[in-house]
Design a binder for this molecule. Structure first.
Ligand code: SF4
Length: 438
């Protein structure tokens, strides 16, 4: 199938979805579908959905409407976790022509022939539960950063999560294939790779290779300036991995470690595989090995059974922890999860209030972390975007910095001195010497 048509993409959700959308776009481009922005008229619109998003059906409906405003004859395909979980719901959204499941989304071209709009959307969705198929993916939205998928699916079945049903069991790529993709990313001129998956610490492929072996091999890839580990379960973040990152030139001192609750009772109810003591020890070990490292934390508020007292435990635990920012999720019920059948439902208004409290705590934590770095020398990878004459980037330990735009800084790793936190909460910097990388 060869075409001279256009396609536009919209991605909801996580880094993994972004990596996969890019791969779908590259495949369709090789078939002649020129990529255009989602606000442009296109022959084909691909919407990659997420099951974690609140009001997923409402969001999907709005995005479909947006697409059809740009081209009422545009052919609309909906894929992703939500499409795998609720294909009928999506098929009933007016304007949708095709719904593809988790496996089928990588073969869109097999399902589209004429791009004639349909009265009723077609659904192609196979069961994903027992699949061993792994489709390698990486994103290249800009030149600075790429999300590289190394693992898919999850075997954990936490009580609140639908990802294992939407994406199937845990499976991983072969290290040699990942290294090959990393080299392709380097050839594209991209300097930072974010290692991405559903549960990347659980990386284990058919050859028996594990996550530690993966990062050791990635370190050897020439020409890449930076790796970040996207998010890793505390029970899988071993001292071996932390020591390796501490000694690595390329793996950044930045961890994102889901906590979800600071109450051991709730962690048990969530079916998480650690307690607060283990979590605390991970953070302490990281901070000892890398005092300036950045640690981000995922936390859920309003989970069933989270009394005022249990919430306070989470708040106090995080208050006392040397972490740099929080990602706060407000619990919402999902079909086919254990948590949905649990007692102790927290009223929505209370969930929102708790979420606000933790978001304020997060801002405080981040400010403290930034403040402790003022007047220090750091290294920044500047990005491409110019915004009102300014350019932004991240330090190795994930401090968001800004300075006067200079074309010579674009996509370069540059030594800077951190000066002060500005009104937007970003760190003003001065350049201290010329560029380190091209
Ligand atoms: S570890 Fe738990 S929360 Fe994360 S994807 Fe697996 S089941 Fe979901």
């Amino acid at each position: 199938m060869r075409s001279n048509k256009t396609a536009a993409y919209y991605t909801l959700g996580c880094k993994l979805n972004f990596a996969e959308s890019s791969t779908i776009a590259r495949d369709l481009e090789s078939l002649g579908f020129g990529k255009v922005g989602f606000d442009q008229p296109a022959d084909l619109y691909v919407i990659n959905t997420c099951s974690v998003t609140d009001n997923a059906d409402k969001k999907c409906r709005n995005i479909v409407r947006k697409a059809l405003n740009n081209n009422p004859d545009g052919y609309v395909v909906v894929v992703g976790c939500y499409a795998q979980l609720k294909p009928e719901e999506i098929a009933n959204i007016q304007g949708v022509d095709l719904v593809l499941g988790a496996k089928e989304k990588f073969n869109i071209s097999n399902f589209i022939e004429e791009l004639d709009k349909k009265e009723q959307a077609e659904i192609h969705r196979d069961k994903i539960r027992n699949t061993n198929e792994f489709v390698a993916s990486w994103s290249a939205g800009g030149r600075t950063r790429s999300f590289l998928k190394v693992q898919d699916g999850c075997d954990y079945f936490c009580s609140f999560c639908t990802i294992p049903i939407a994406r199937g069991k845990s499976r991983s790529a072969e290290i040699s294939d990942i290294v090959k993709n990393a080299k392709t990313i380097v050839e594209e001129g991209i300097h930072e790779i974010v290692i991405t998956g559903v549960n990347i610490g659980d990386f284990k492929n058919k050859k028996g290779e594990d996550f530690f072996q993966l990062i050791q091999q990635l370190e050897k890839v020439e020409g890449i300036a930076r790796y970040r580990i996207s998010s890793i379960e505390p029970n899988l973040l071993s001292e071996e991995i932390i020591d390796f990152v501490a000694g690595s030139e390329k793996f950044m001192p930045h961890f994102h470690i889901p906590l979800q609750s600071g109450s051991d009772e709730l962690l048990k109810s969530m079916r998480r595989k650690y307690d607060t003591t283990l979590y605390e020890s991970r953070v302490a070990y990281i901070k000892k090995a890398m005092p300036h490292s950045c640690i981000g934390v995922d936390v859920i508020v309003g989970y069933p059974g989270e009394t005022e007292e249990e919430f306070q435990k989470t708040y106090d635990f995080l208050l006392g922890m040397d972490v740099s920012y929080l990602h706060v999720f407000t619990y919402s019920e999902r079909n086919n999860t254990l948590a949905k059948r649990m007692d102790g439902i927290v009223p929505i208004a209370e969930r929102k209030l708790r979420s606000k409290k933790l978001r304020i705590l997060s801002l405080k934590k981040q400010r403290q972390f930034y403040q402790s770095h003022i007047d220090t020398d750091q290294v920044v990878l500047f990005e491409e975007k110019q915004d009102e004459g300014m350019i932004e980037g991240y330090t190795e330990n994930y401090i968001r910095v800004v300075c006067q735009y200079d074309e010579a800084l674009v996509n370069k790793v540059v030594p800077v001195e951190l000066k002060k936190i500005n009104g937007d909460g970003l760190m003003d910097v001065v350049i201290t010497s010329k560029c380190l990388s091209d």
